[in-house]
Design a protein around this ligand. Structure first.
Ligand SMILES: Nc1ncnc2c1ncn2[C@@H]1O[C@H](COP(=O)(O)OP(=O)(O)OP(=O)(O)O)[C@@H](O)[C@H]1O
Length: 263
């Protein structure tokens, strides 16, 4: 569904993403991990058009369309093709209600995108979609709550809801658990697993227990290059991955290795 060939991004003399060959299949949940500065965010930004590659190709084949190149496409064009992302830094309009946040996102992804403020009445047609999304992310009861009044965990659920609006084929989730309390993490994990049943999901996640639990596949970046691309168990035992994380997380010491539950 989404594929990169030799994808490279250089910032001056620094190669942040280094000849990455990557493939994300339909309904696959793939995690992208790597130490700080490995190039994960830069890779996301290349996929969404926020950055242009120095070299390489990005190909996207939507459910019902022909293969297209994403190189040179604007972020809004890539979003309209069906690749949506959530953000590490929360991206909600705090003064708007939860429902309005999702409804506006649904319209922004649809054909009324350019009339978003001029033609506010047209937003009504997106209400049904917004309610369905809120149901799915577990926020139906909070529809009329101002987004600013949500707990941090609920804001992350709303982030996923905003990314879901407009019915994308691919979801790029950037640390949806960042800063979430331990009581709320389970809810976000359930949500990630649920959306992965009918979307291709690429997840950037620092919590390795979550990565090991939810992923079909794990891709490891180090200094911009892919050093492992395999099932979670194989990645956990890969010496190159352990070396890359030296001084940080050791995948062999994951809590999952002992009790199967995330910390
Ligand atoms: N706009 C930029 N200009 C110059 N260098 C950049 C820019 N963006 C990122 N970099 C550098 O590229 C490298 C990869 O950064 P990136 O943010 O993609 O890593 P990351 O894996 O997402 O890190 P983290 O886990 O800390 O978020 C780093 O060395 C970073 O300093």
């Amino acid at each position: 569904m989404l594929r990169t060939n030799g994808l490279t991004k250089r910032f001056g003399g620094l190669t942040a993403v280094d000849s990455v060959d990557f493939e994300l299949a339909e309904n696959e949940l793939c995690s992208l991990i790597g130490p700080n500065g490995a190039g994960k965010t830069t890779f996301f930004n290349l996929l969404t058009g926020a950055l242009s590659p120095t070299d390489g190709e990005i190909e996207f084949t939507p459910h019902d369309g022909a293969q297209r190149s994403l190189v040179g496409a604007e972020p809004h064009e890539i979003a309209a093709m069906g690749i949506h992302r959530s953000y590490q830094v929360t991206n909600v309009f705090p003064g708007a209600t939860v429902l309005e946040n999702v409804r506006v996102a649904a319209q922004a992804a649809g054909p009324d995108r350019l009339n978003i403020w001029r033609n506010a009445g047209a937003l009504d047609r997106y209400l049904d979609e917004a309610y369905a999304v809120l149901d799915r992310v577990g926020l139906a009861d909070a529809a009329e709550t101002p987004a600013s009044a949500l707990s941090h965990g609920a804001k992350r659920q709303l982030e996923v809801g905003i990314a879901l609006a407009g019915d994308p084929d691919v979801l790029l989730l950037d640390e949806p658990n960042a800063g979430v309390s331990s009581e709320s993490v389970g809810r976000i994990i359930d949500l990630i697993e649920d959306v992965a049943t009918d979307h291709a999901v690429l997840l950037v996640e620092h919590n390795m227990d979550i990565v090991m639990e939810v992923s079909d596949r794990v891709v490891v970046l180090n200094q911009g290059a892919v050093i492992a691309d395999d099932e979670p168990e194989a990645v956990r035992g890969d010496p190159a991955v352990q070396e890359a994380y030296l001084g940080g997380y050791d995948p062999t010491e994951s809590d999952l290795a002992t009790d199967g539950e995330p910390a």
